[in-house]
Design a binder for this molecule. Structure first.
Ligand SMILES: *Cc1c(COP(=O)(O)O)cnc(C)c1O
Length: 473
């Protein structure tokens, strides 16, 4: 149960408790908290885990990754509060992350059955519970500030809503989000959730968050962004669940995993599962036109690239924040080398493995593979899934399917992650299939409730400060 969480950039390797990591996000040296060494799970343990319900499995794996800041009994209660039938209405028999077979040997794991129809619920629901628990134990409260251009906003709000130790201020651009995404956030306004609509773009929202984070008056503001260890550690368990569902009794058989990737959070969780002993053969990264990580895997060079807007918008990134954790392990758990590598990237916009004693193929040697897709590919894959399996997939899942098709090999099952439900991207579905699928009851007419619940502000830091001060009493 003992695990040492350290900053990827701390030369002293000071161990920080999960409780502290959870509330602080980034380390003071700008590194990310990560386990100094990873726990392992042997075949005997895997066999006992296979019989567990998702919630039991979640606790069994996550407890190995967060240590004893929270007792096992309490971890079970928190997981039970995060994963409920009410929040995941279509879950059958407690299988919160179900696998379906598309064709022989070709599988999909649905990670998106939660309240906001994207896989981010799978990690943010438990993160909210953990934060509230730790704050309660310390008799503290916490204000959270975030910026969103889409999925993260509603998933974070759905996770924090009603938790009495937390207040969440979420900035989003007035223009640019889909009506559906705005509505998903809008219905959560009120109580401890504040939706602020900024007259500007997503970049303006991010700049406002950064400005407040470097202001001493707001030094205690927390974050729910994807670098939080509470999120990554909550994603590792579903890879175990997916593996068990694919192999059945044949524990030990290799499986390839395909993960549609933006900020490198979800694929990093898969890497951890592999390092912990799950028999994953290849970790296949799927990117869209924003192919920073694909180029890194193919060439060993990590170069920032201006993000372009695509039809799988949640993967539109210019760099991949969570990748730093992988760098730390590739460089032999060396915080000084990791800090140098990241500083080179931050200063020059580009960094090469070769300058750090690693081969250009270092990622391939560590089990990674990759591919990219275009809008045309996504449309084709949405059609293919519909024709082949009578299944409607979202554009991010379509990215994964495209890359999975490129990497399929006889004899090794391949499992693609489905990271959102198609209801979030009806325009693209309509373009591919010529119709908009009927919505589940819980999403019907959502957009009609949108406008009332946003406070519109200028991209003005003083206005934001004033708002937060007024709502903090
Ligand atoms: C956030 C998101 C991704 C990318 O996940 P990362 O952990 O950032 O790599 C992929 N698909 C969807 C639908 C998302 O919301």
């Amino acid at each position: 149960m003992n695990i040492s969480l350290v900053s990827t950039r701390d030369p002293k390797g000071k161990s920080v408790s999960y409780a502290d990591v959870l509330l602080s996000g980034l380390a003071p040296d700008n590194g990310l908290y990560t386990p100094q060494t990873l726990p392992t799970v042997d075949t005997v343990k895997l066999k006992t885990m296979q019989k567990m319900s998702y919630i039991e499995l979640f606790v069994a794996i996550k407890s190995l990754l967060i240590g004893d800041s929270i007792s096992l009994d309490d971890q079970e209660k928190l997981a039970g509060a995060a994963f409920t039938q009410e929040k995941f209405p279509n879950v059958v028999d407690g299988n919160f992350m179900p696998v379906v077979e598309i064709e022989p040997g070709f599988y999909m794991q649905n990670l998106s059955l939660g309240p906001t129809a994207a896989f981010k619920d799978a990690a943010l629901q438990p993160l909210g519970q953990d934060m509230n628990y730790v704050l309660n134990a310390q008799d503290k409260t916490l204000r959270l500030l975030g910026a969103t251009s889409g999925d993260t906003g509603s998933a974070a709000e759905a996770a924090i809503k009603g938790l009495d130790r937390l207040k969440l201020f979420m900035l989003s651009p007035l223009e640019g989000m889909s009506d559906f995404q705005r509505a998903q956030m809008g219905i959560l306004s009120g109580g401890n959730i504040y939706n602020l609509s900024v007259r500007g773009r997503f970049d303006d929202c991010q700049d406002m968050v950064k400005a407040l984070n470097s202001d001493p008056e707001f030094a205690d503001l927390g974050a729910v962004n994807s670098i939080n260890w509470g999120r990554i550690s909550s994603q590792v368990p579903y890879y175990f669940s997916g593996y068990f569902q694919v192999v059945g009794e044949n524990i030990g058989n290799p499986v390839d995993f395909v993960v549609p990737t933006g900020n490198f959070g979800n694929i990093l969780a898969a890497y951890f599962a592999k390092q912990m002993g799950l028999p994953i053969r290849k970790l296949i990264v799927a990117t869209n036109e924003n192919d920073v990580i694909n180029r890194l895997i193919q060439t060993g060079v990590y170069t920032v690239k201006k993000a372009q807007v695509t039809s799988s918008p949640s993967m539109d990134i210019s760099k991949a924040s969570n990748y730093e954790r992988l760098v730390y392990y590739l460089l032999g758990n060396d915080p000084v080398a990791t800090a140098n590598y990241m500083k080179k990237f931050e200063t020059d916009g580009s960094v090469d493995f070769k300058d750090f004693g690693l081969s250009a193929n270092a990622l391939k040697e560590n089990g990674f593979a990759s591919g990219t897709s275009t809008h045309t590919d996504r449309i084709a894959m949405i059609r293919w899934a519909h024709e082949t399996a009578d299944l409607i997939i979202d554009p991010h899942t379509a990215d994964a399917f495209k890359v999975a098709q490129q990497h399929r090999e006889d004899g090794v099952p391949i499992l693609s992650m489905a990271t959102a439900l198609p209801v979030k991207f009806e325009d693209t579905i309509n373009e591919a299939l010529g119709f908009i699928p009927e919505r589940e009851a819980r999403f019907v007419g959502l957009e009609s409730e949108t406008q009332k619940s946003f406070t519109i502000i200028d991209p003005d830091i003083d206005a934001l400060k004033e708002f937060i001060r007024n709502e903090s009493t």
